[in-house]
Design a protein around this ligand. Structure first.
Ligand code: BES
Ligand code: ZN
Length: 653
């Protein structure tokens, strides 16, 4: 499970992306299990699914009537199924006689079931009918029970789902792979005093014919979608609601009596939907979206299409007693999950290998969205101080891993939900956005969403669309950042030749453990931007460093001007300035003309370089002087002494 779940502390803004690199115990990792995807001879077109949870004895009854297409005659149907008992199964060919399944062979290890039929199911359409029972488990995955205390102090339970990555199969037998999309017609049979929610709006609600205490709630047909995005919630909730300017009905469901605490998230969601609508130039495709706070929730939040589930601390804001970091966190989480409604839900990754893109993209655009909706938060500074520097620290370790890893068995999916997917993923997409420029980036995104909407796509499909829109070598550039672990340190030296400044730039892998073996030193395609003291907010020159080293001429830069590489701290690398360049930055730091994110990035780079310079007194003094100018000198001295006392003797530069 994403390592967020492994954290022993509750989620908070500051901790949000402070995850561990996933394979730090790589030496003890279990052997990879052999894995084959589901056969494609029978696949679903529509799931008619009816579920009747029992909130007293924690079981549920289910009825599936799935319209399927048989593409090749077979007498077996293989589906995913876990912790479910099938009572009966049959197949009704269109216009033909019902064929009862004669065997259900559970492959528990693989979470699959094979239904055997006495005669071959012929090519064409038919209805697969399965009656089954399952447990409302207490594992916070699949269809599970969530405990809460009613306003009168009574202990009660809600029934909730969490299907990502591969737990829809615990709620109903299904083809539980992201590329096997189908539509869903969901009916929930629930106590009449409970709220019942699913991905779509309610289209019918009627008393259950056999039990006057129950109602049957029928939801509208979903668009074609992956199983991991299906959701249902049955419980007691209050809500606040509003319509976004683009006509979507938004509700925030809270524990009973706490509707007030949903108002902030409602404001965020109603601002966020039109932002994405406009940014992607594709409307939100469902008539409603519900955001709901769940008492027992393993992740921070989950982007189920039209019914987003949240941990209470990621959605609720007490208007009287909350700090701005809690509001910022809620805004970011809402921004993240709503971005998935397009990027992930409308266009879905073909396989879990591309999960990093799903999460990395959402983890970047959540900031873009919050910056748009709440410019007063100055949220990008938080990105640099939280995600970006965290990703650099982790990715400099020998135990890091490439962002893109091949996922075979679904059990490997959980291993890749880590800070490298989220924070490095978000950081390299931020670098890419800056390299392409917003206009072409949006053009490429729009082309990607339109081309693959209601379908599946891979990382390369996005690079292709961005490449088309920008005319830049996106696949080659991005491949160098996603397929190999780590990042470079860029060494820069300068020379003044009359009115021009000549910069010598070179790259080397940055390792926290010691100098990288020069022979096989990897290299990156590094988008580099440069600004000068003439206008510290404006990039004077952009280059793509596609080799080990290069020389750049900056025209009309007088000897009194300073040069800053990586303005905005958007490039995913560290900078090592020559002594003279570093010293020349001091005035920009002192008069604050260097922006906060630039000072932050500079400070972070210098800290990491100090290890190396510990034995070079003069260089160390110079770095300390610059660091001292950025932060309060007393504080910096204390931190430096501490850092030097515990640091390893060298750092690979
Ligand atoms: N899709 C994830 C949640 C998820 C991932 C659930 C893997 C189960 C397995 C969701 O979009 C997400 O990333 N949630 C984050 C919060 C986000 C703001 C970083 C989380 O749960 O921490
Ligand atoms: Zn996400």
């Amino acid at each position: 499970m994403l390592l967020l779940l492994g954290r022993t502390v509750p989620l908070s803004f500051a901790q949000s992306h402070y995850l561990l690199a996933s394979n730090q115990n790589i030496g003890t990792m279990p052997e990879r299990r052999p894995f084959v995807r589901l056969p494609t001879d029978v696949y679903p077109v529509n799931y008619g699914l009816s579920l009747k949870p029992d909130l007293i004895d924690f079981t549920f009854e289910g009825k599936l009537e799935a319209l399927v297409e048989v593409t090749q005659a077979t007498n077996q149907i293989v589906m995913n199924c876990a912790d479910i008992d099938i009572i009966t199964a049959s197949f009704v060919p269109q216009g033909g006689e019902e064929i009862n399944a004669t065997g259900f062979n559970y492959q528990n290890e693989d979470e699959k079931v094979t239904l055997s039929f006495p005669s071959a199911l012929q090519k064409g359409f038919g209805t697969l009918k399965i009656d089954f029972v399952g447990e409302l488990n207490d594992k916070m995955k699949g269809f599970y029970r969530s405990k809460y205390t009613s306003p009168t102090g009574e202990i009660r339970y809600a029934a909730v789902t969490q299907f990502e990555a591969t737990d829809a199969r615990r709620a109903f037998p299904c083809w539980d792979e992201p590329a096997i999309k189908a539509t869903f017609d969901i009916t929930l049979i629930v106590p009449k005093d409970r709220v019942a929610l699913s991905n779509m709006n309610v289209i019918d609600r009627k008393p259950h014919p056999d039990d006057e205490n129950l109602v049957e709630v029928k939801f509208a047909t979903t668009p074609i979608m992956s199983t991991y995005l299906v959701a249902f919630v049955i419980g007691e909730y209050d809500y606040v609601e509003s319509q976004s300017s683009d006509g979507v009905m938004v509700r925030v469901y809270t524990p009973v009596g706490k509707a007030e605490q949903g108002k902030f998230a409602l404001e965020v969601a109603t601002k966020t939907l039109p932002f994405y609508n406009d940014y992607f130039s594709v409307p939100y495709p469902l008539p409603k979206i519900d955001l709901i706070a769940i008492a027992d929730f393993a992740a921070g939040a989950m982007e189920n299409w039209g019914l987003v589930t949240y941990r209470e601390t990621a959605l609720l804001i007490d208007p009287k007693n909350s700090c701005s970091s809690s509001r910022q966190w809620v805004a970011l989480v809402v921004g993240h999950e709503l971005a998935h409604q397009w990027f992930g839900n409308l266009v879905t990754m073909e396989w879990w290998t591309h999960l990093w893109l799903n999460e990395g993209f959402a983890s970047w655009i959540e900031y873009l969205c919050v910056d748009h909706c709440f410019p007063e938060y100055d949220i990008w500074t938080q990105f640099v101080s939280a995600d970006y520097t965290r990703a650099l620290d982790l990715d400099a370790l020998d135990s890091s891993h490439p962002i893109e890893v091949n996922v075979g068995h679904p059990s490997e999916v959980d291993e890749i939900f880590d800070a490298i997917s989220y924070s490095k993923g978000a950081s390299v997409i931020r670098m890419l956005h800056n390299y392409i420029g917003d206009e072409d980036f949006r053009k490429g995104m729009n082309a990607y969403l339109l081309k693959f909407q209601h379908k599946n796509a891979s990382t390369e499909d996005l690079w292709d669309c961005l490449e088309q829109a920008s005319g830049k070598p996106i696949a080659a550039v991005m491949g160098s950042w996603t397929k190999q672990m780590g990042f470079p340190i860029i060494a820069v030296d300068q020379e003044q030749v009359s009115d021009d400044r000549i910069l010598k730039i070179s790259q080397k892998k940055f390792c926290a453990s010691g100098p990288h073996n020069e022979e096989n030193c990897p290299s990156w395609m590094v988008p580099i931007s440069i600004c000068t003291s003439e206008d510290p907010k404006c990039t004077k020159l952009k280059v793509l460093l596609d080799r080990q080293e290069t020389t750049i001429t900056l025209n009309s830069v007088g000897p009194d001007q300073w040069i800053k590489i990586n303005p905005g701290t958007v490039g995913f690398y560290r900078i090592q300035y020559s002594s003279s360049m570093l010293e020349s930055l001091l005035p920009g730091i002192r008069d604050l003309s260097l922006q906060p994110v630039d000072r932050l990035g500079l400070q972070n780079d210098l800290f990491s370089l100090l290890h190396k310079q510990a034995d070079m007194q003069e260089e160390k003094n110079r770095i300390e002087r610059v660091l001292g100018a950025i932060s309060a000198p007393d504080l910096i001295q204390k931190v430096l002494n501490f850092a030097l006392s515990v640091s390893a003797p060298s750092c690979g530069i």
